[in-house]
Design a protein. Structure first.
Length: 653
């Protein structure tokens, strides 16, 4: 149960507070206009608190806080801390998938479009998100027939510029050939603006402009140009046929609706640009904490736009106004850099669109609830079955699995994957480079990895933990504000409820030996899963436990084991690839680490470098001709490459 801090020690100022459990994990993050008043409300008769709040207080050990200057800053700090710690008792907004966007690199000399996923980058303009990548790629392919801007990478553009030869896309009229000067900047920039206008929803103005240009070309008897513009018009009209609906005015706004029950909710966001719906996002919320409808809207709006690559529009339409509306509006306006309004439309086309979004949210929630119910029930049955079959003290809510990977004793690596509540928690995955094991010895490598992980667990338990934090922040991990004078983020302090090893009885004995040496035998259960017959070994018996082939418990163990194997293999291949690439270019005088990295980047890896000719290497202005010759001969004629560079004809540029 949480220890109540002295009332006089809590500041009467805005800020964020964090309830922390005995293992140092943040279980809940909140914000307050007055920390003293808000925290005082938790320490009252439990009968007056919501059941989930009582559970959170029982799980917590102490409370910490951070003071900021305003309520809007507290809102931002709360979001950052929730994103960083993923507290168990906070509402969690989850995207059911990564939506594709169209990125236009307007900061480049020759901008290019690309279908991307992920975070924003400077110098790039984003459009979307779109329901699926196939739809946007088909639209882009259709438009490139009439607006042939480049789609190649910067490295490929530079290589063809140096060679003076365009690629195949130029010959099939899917690129205007900026690499060889086949198009001037004005014409190219016009095509980029037309693409941006289309994806920004300004199809009306684009259509009118192209129509006027076509009629002007026809009046000047330039029928060839008029026919090309006609084809552009047809492409724009075909691509625009996917528009779902339009408003009566060319406005930019987002429409947000929420549908759900006491445990979960579905969020639908329709993105309207220039009066037309150009994209949609679907997200889901775990209602772990008790919030009013307005509080849920406030939390969802802040989370949606905290990392939105589509940007913040000037208007956000919702069904219910958010609690702390002034703070939410101030936050959105700061994110956009200009004023933002959040309101509820009562009539007209905007209300009709909001009703449509609400219906989509209800349908999405119905589908999500059916899928989630089946998945949750199967995971719960698997965890309960594991507890029963392996004689564990409780359901293994946190499973850590370890696997080793190597190639004949080289590039020895270990992996640690974590499953919580039957689902992978990738933020807790760890990779280990085995340093003390000579040759091929899986048992010794496993012992090293387990010792390092469990020693870190014990070490972090010994770190002092304070109940308050210095309000003056410094720059912390992940770019978030970290309190001055506090310990770094604890990564290993939460023990597993089941330590699973990939292997048989030998690996199990290694795990038991490490746990016994560190005094953790009674705290952490251990088991191993053998690949050959999918048998589970546990301490105290040399005979394996054979779970039924169709058992959900066995399926969960296999998933965890296979994920550990995948993670280890991926890391091993990365190290081996780096070593082999470096080895292929070792011994070349004048080719240091920086030149080697740039060479591999511009020629798209070792395979592209092997395919390059001497002329291709000489075309690299930053690479001396003599070094280029050495690289070519090293890859194609190692005997010739052994001749010292001073004995070669020609010098460095």
């Amino acid at each position: 149960m949480v220890t109540r801090p002295e009332p006089g020690s809590i500041p009467d100022a805005p800020g964020s507070y964090q309830f922390v459990d005995g293992d140092g994990r943040v279980v809940y993050v909140g914000k307050a206009k007055s920390l003293r008043s808000r925290l005082g409300s938790y320490f009252q008769d439990p009968g007056g608190l919501a059941p989930r709040t009582v559970q959170m207080l029982e799980a917590a050990d102490h409370v910490e806080w951070m003071v900021v200057g305003s309520e809007a800053e507290a809102l931002l700090l709360e979001h950052n801390l929730i994103r960083r710690h993923q507290p168990r008792y906070n509402v969690r907004l989850k995207d059911d998938k990564s939506y594709p966007l169209l990125a236009l690199t307007v900061g480049d000399e020759w901008p290019r479009p690309a279908v991307v996923r992920g975070r924003k980058h400077p110098g790039v303009r984003y459009f979307g998100p779109y329901p699926n990548a196939g739809a946007i790629r088909g639209t882009l392919d259709l438009l490139l027939r009439s607006f042939p801007v480049r789609t190649c990478s910067d490295a490929k553009l530079g290589r063809h510029s140096r060679l003076g030869r365009p690629c195949l896309l130029f010959h099939i009229e899917r690129c205007s050939g900026p690499c060889v000067g086949a198009v001037d900047h004005d014409s190219y920039d016009r095509m980029v603006r037309d693409l941006a206008a289309f994806f920004g929803g300004e199809t009306g103005a684009l259509t009118r402009s192209l129509t006027a240009e076509m009629h002007g070309a026809a009046a000047a008897l330039d029928f060839e140009r008029a026919s090309r513009i006609r084809d552009q018009l047809v492409a724009v009209e075909r691509a625009d046929a996917v528009r779902q609906m339009e408003l009566d005015r060319p406005e930019d706004l987002d429409v947000l609706a929420i549908a759900g029950d006491d445990l979960e909710a579905a969020v639908q966001v329709f993105h309207v640009r220039a009066g037309a719906v150009v994209g949609r996002s679907s997200l889901y919320v775990d209602k772990v904490e008790d919030l009013t409808p307005g509080g849920l809207v406030a939390r969802v709006v802040v989370d949606v736009y905290a990392e939105s690559v589509a940007g913040v529009p000037p208007q956000v339409l919702v069904e219910i106004l958010p609690d702390d509306q002034e703070s939410v509006v101030a936050y959105l306006s700061a994110r956009r850099g200009r004023p933002v309004t959040v309101r509820v439309p009562l009539r007209g086309p905007k209300r009709a669109l909001l009703d449509t979004v609400a219906r989509n949210a209800e349908e999405g929630f119905a589908r999500h609830r059916l899928a989630r119910a089946a998945d949750h029930n199967s995971r719960a049955r698997a965890l309960e079955s594991l507890q029963r079959e392996l004689h564990l003290p409780g359901p293994p809510l946190r499973i850590e699995c370890y696997d080793m990977s190597h190639l004949q004793g080289t590039d020895y690596v270990g992996s640690m994957v974590v499953f919580e509540d039957g689902l992978p928690k990738k933020s807790d995955y760890r990779r280990f480079s085995v340093a003390t094991v000579p040759g091929n010895d899986d048992y010794a490598a496993m012992e090293e990895v387990l010792t390092r992980r469990l020693t870190a667990l014990l070490a972090e338990r010994e770190e002092p933990s304070t109940g308050t934090r210095d309000p003056a922040p410094t720059s912390g991990e992940d770019g978030l504000a970290a309190p001055r004078g506090t310990a770094p983020r604890r990564r290993f302090a939460y023990p597993p409820k089941l330590l699973l090893l990939d292997g048989g009885l030998g690996q199990l004995h290694v795990g038991m030996r490490v746990l016994d040496r560190l005094g953790l035998t009674t705290e952490i259960p251990v088991a191993s899963l053998a690949k050959s017959y999918e048998e589970v070994y546990v301490p105290g018996s040399s005979d394996p436990i054979r779970l039924p082939r169709q058992a959900e418990a066995l399926y969960l163990l296999q998933r965890v084991r296979d994920e550990a194997h995948r993670f280890a293999i991926t890391y091993h291949r990365t190290l081996r690839g780096k070593r082999m690439t470096s080895g292929a270019l070792d011994g070349i005088v004048g080719l240091g680490p920086k030149r080697r990295s740039r060479l591999l980047e511009e020629l798209e890896g070792l395979q592209g470098l092997r395919a390059a000719t001497r002329s291709d290497l000489h075309a690299l202005t930053w690479l001396p001709d003599a070094v280029g010759d050495m690289v070519y001969e090293h890859l194609h004629d190692p005997a010739a490459a052994a001749v010292p560079i001073a004995a070669r004809a020609g010098g460095q540029r």
